[in-house]
Design a protein. Structure first.
Length: 285
């Protein structure tokens, strides 16, 4: 459990407890760059080059590139929201990096339009990612799933969060349910690189949905400690989401029962359960 259980491809420059694991000094690292109040921009780098995911702000990225002495070669985008694309133009101007983004969204800049099944690979960084269409939060939202440095990963933007999911702004509950099902089908050990630190508030709500979920209780205690230390609670893992995230558990009887009780009616399908959960979470304070 805890940060140290994650594969050593993950490093956390913000962490007081980060372990450098010198004997396994990974060639490729993935690190979170904090932006705005609660965004994470993910930077994948080795000693020469870097790729960045969802740079809502160029400043922290340029700072990290400078600090690491690496060259930015590519920018991967999951969806069009400003807190994910706001830094793209400035980064391209400064570095000439190539921009990969969702084919079905209007972006400030995009060189390569990516839709379901498209690949992004970088042999130098050990990146091999395939695009999954995950509409719902936005109409054309995509995720990048595959491996980085040998570890299973998914960069899912605002679709899946630790113990939560994105709001359904442009799509439908049915689309979001299908999108989350596609993420649920990824390998259990896949690290979930989501774009916001929403974990503790998601967990407070998830505990209301499933008060008896022991794994969720344990994870919540761990996440509280991480936040007290100023550490990120992410990446999460698909297996943990399956065990703890109500939005990934719309077929689990205890979740169905809780959602039905909240909605005060019978819910007859995972989509109805999802829609009730989403409404519940939207109104939860
Ligand atoms: Zn968003
Ligand atoms: Fe966002």
């Amino acid at each position: 459990m805890g940060c140290s259980s994650f594969d050593n491809v993950i490093t956390n420059p913000m962490s007081a407890t980060a372990q450098t694991a010198p004997e396994r000094d990974p060639k490729t690292r993935i690190q979170p760059l904090s932006a705005f109040s609660d965004n994470y921009i993910w930077l994948i780098s080795n000693r020469e080059t870097a790729v960045v995911v969802d740079p809502g702000d160029a400043v922290p990225v340029l700072g990290a590139l400078d600090r690491l002495g690496v060259r930015l070669t590519a920018i991967l985008l999951t969806h069009h929201h400003p807190d994910h694309v706001g830094g793209v133009q400035q980064l391209v101007d400064a570095t000439g990096a190539r921009v990969y983004g969702p084919a079905n969204e209007v972006l400030p800049l995009c060189d390569v339009a990516m839709s379901d099944g498209a690949r992004f690979s970088d042999t130098g960084l050990g990146i091999d990612l395939t695009v999954i269409d995950v509409p719902g939060h936005t109409a054309g939202h995509i995720a990048y799933a595959g491996t980085v440095g040998g570890s299973a990963v998914v960069f899912c933007g605002d679709t899946l969060f630790a113990a939560g999911c994105g709001r359904v702004f442009e799509g439908t509950p049915a689309q979001m349910t299908a999108s989350l099902a596609r993420l649920a089908a990824l390998p259990g050990d896949a690290l979930v690189f989501c774009a916001h630190e929403y974990t503790l508030s998601n967990m407070r709500w998830a505990r209301e949905v499933e008060p008896a979920n022991q794994e969720l209780q344990g994870w919540q205690a761990e996440a509280i400690r991480q936040r007290e230390l100023g550490d990120p609670t992410v990446p999460s893992r698909i297996s943990r989401e399956l065990a703890c995230n109500p939005f990934m558990r719309t077929a689990i009887p205890s979740v169905v029962q809780s959602a039905s009780q909240w909605a005060q009616r019978d819910l007859d399908s995972p989509v109805e359960v999802f829609a009730a959960l989403r409404e519940w979470k939207n109104s939860f304070r």
